[in-house]
Design a binder for this molecule. Structure first.
Ligand SMILES: Cc1cc2nc3c(=O)[nH]c(=O)nc-3n(C[C@H](O)[C@H](O)[C@H](O)COP(=O)(O)OP(=O)(O)OC[C@H]3O[C@@H](n4cnc5c(N)ncnc54)[C@H](O)[C@@H]3O)c2cc1C
Length: 407
């Protein structure tokens, strides 16, 4: 393979923008083009469901200062969607019909909010939260007294509920599972989040799904539930997860993994040797896990984006970082490192669940698979090391010993 002269990045989210910057930091002197269908320059998403909805932030964290892209000779094309990828010709086609040649291509097209396939599930009044425009549309609706129904108690649903309560809205969260965040945190820790939101005035409708949405002439929405009951809402936020946006990859014939992401090897290369994928869409053959790993979180987008720059320029190295994410809800902040199966792994709690200041560990075969620190900020490095090494430690040690000595 010849040295690349033209690198094209599709998707101007955190992964794409981090990759563009890292390509330049590595001294690449060729052409770098970053296509983004969003009209803004690259921004980070976490503040959309936190600072922006809370009213604490006017704008999200931009990935780079204004002026960064021209100063680094990165051609940033905002409001420009790539509609076609033709690997056999090494070409992408933009929404104006212009073809662009690449020597190396990065797909960083991220995720799209999922919708519910129930009657009325595509009504325009139902809001989702993925972009800055989504957040700006939602923010003024979270007003005192407004009846807000959040569908889904994953991370975004929980954060939206917290922001709505901050503005004194009447908040009901509908979740078909028996607890919020159950799939990631399991029963014991899920209960902590159920109680957190209940203590802040959220009404839970757990264990029940949505059967239909009906828009009313007065602008309200009736949310029909599986158990035959109905909720009347001024605002409905559908937060039922995100789906990787693999349209281009699929149409171009790249391998798609069973988890719906673009299949990439350890170095983030797709089934086409000139095309890489990073961030939410990458279903990664992670060297430390027996199964492909697809992570929909901030750190993964930033770190994979930075890492894949090496591969785009011919220096392929395995990406080995452990999954990591954070969340803030009310006065609770948390970080999670690793990847656990809470249904089967052993849970060990250090600290006090009731006071919401604790560290939870998940162990499999006596080894640490994941750690969650809640309102506890002193042991981040030690937790990272325990997870990275899959340290073999006893439950007693995790509960009582100095964590620094264990890692
Ligand atoms: C509201 C919200 C809050 C979050 N909070 C947290 C948090 O607290 N902690 C955490 O760890 N993670 C959080 N996340 C997740 C994290 O932000 C994402 O995992 C991360 O942003 C993914 O980055 P990405 O670059 O892979 O994808 P994205 O950020 O989705 O960027 C992909 C970009 O590609 C563009 N695109 C797609 N297709 C095309 C095309 N064909 N042509 C041109 N452009 C295209 C999209 O418009 C988008 O701008 C949050 C996500 C959301 C939505």
């Amino acid at each position: 393979m010849t040295d690349p002269r033209q690198v094209i990045i599709v998707g101007s989210g955190l992964a794409g923008a981090s990759a563009a910057a890292a390509v330049r930091e590595r001294g690449f002197a060729g052409k770098v083009t970053l296509f983004g269908q969003d009209r803004y320059r690259p921004y980070e998403l976490p503040a959309l469901s936190k600072g922006i909805l809370l009213g604490d932030a006017e704008h999200p964290d931009w990935v780079h200062e204004e002026g960064y892209y021209p100063e680094h000779d990165i051609e940033l094309r905002t409001s420009s969607r790539i509609t076609q990828l033709r690997p056999d010709e090494q070409i992408v086609v933009d929404s104006d019909g212009n073809a662009h040649h690449y020597d190396r291509l990065l797909l960083a097209t991220g995720s799209k909010s999922r919708h519910l396939s129930v009657p009325g599930g595509d009504a325009p009044a139902l809001l989702t939260l993925r972009t800055l425009d989504d957040a700006n549309a939602l923010r003024p609706k979270l007003a005192a007294g407004a009846r807000v129904v959040v569908i889904g108690a994953g991370w975004i649903g929980c954060e939206v509920a917290a922001a709505a309560r901050h503005h004194d809205a009447q908040v009901t969260v509908v979740e078909p599972a028996s607890l919020p965040l159950l799939r990631v945190l399991g029963t014991t820790v899920g209960e902590v989040f159920r109680d957190l939101h209940a203590d802040h005035g959220v009404t839970w409708r757990l264990g029940v799904g949505v059967s239909a949405f009906t828009s009313q002439a007065d602008g309200t929405e009736v949310v029909g539930l599986d158990d035959g009951t109905e909720l009347v809402a001024d605002v409905v936020v559908v937060a039922v997860g995100a789906a990787p946006d693999v349209t281009l990859a699929k149409e171009a014939g790249l391998s798609i993994a069973p988890d719906g992401g673009v299949a990439v090897d350890a170095a983030l290369r797709t089934s086409d040797p000139l095309i890489y994928a990073a961030g939410d869409i990458a279903s990664h053959a992670h060297p430390r896990y027996a199964h492909p790993v697809r992570v929909e979180h901030w750190a993964n987008a930033k770190d994979q984006g930075t890492h894949v720059a090496g591969a785009l320029l011919g220096d392929e190295q395995p990406y080995t970082a452990s999954p990591y994410f954070f969340s803030d809800q009310y006065d609770l902040g948390l970080e999670y490192r690793g990847l656990a199966d809470p249904e089967h792994d052993e849970l060990v709690v250090r600290g006090d669940l009731a006071s919401r200041e604790f560290i939870a560990f998940w162990l499999a075969e006596g080894r640490v698979r994941a750690a969650l620190n809640v309102n506890s900020w002193d042991d981040g490095d030690a937790l990272g090391a325990l997870v990275d090494k899959a340290a073999e430690v006893s439950a007693e040690q995790l509960r009582d010993a100095d964590l620094g000595t264990l890692s």
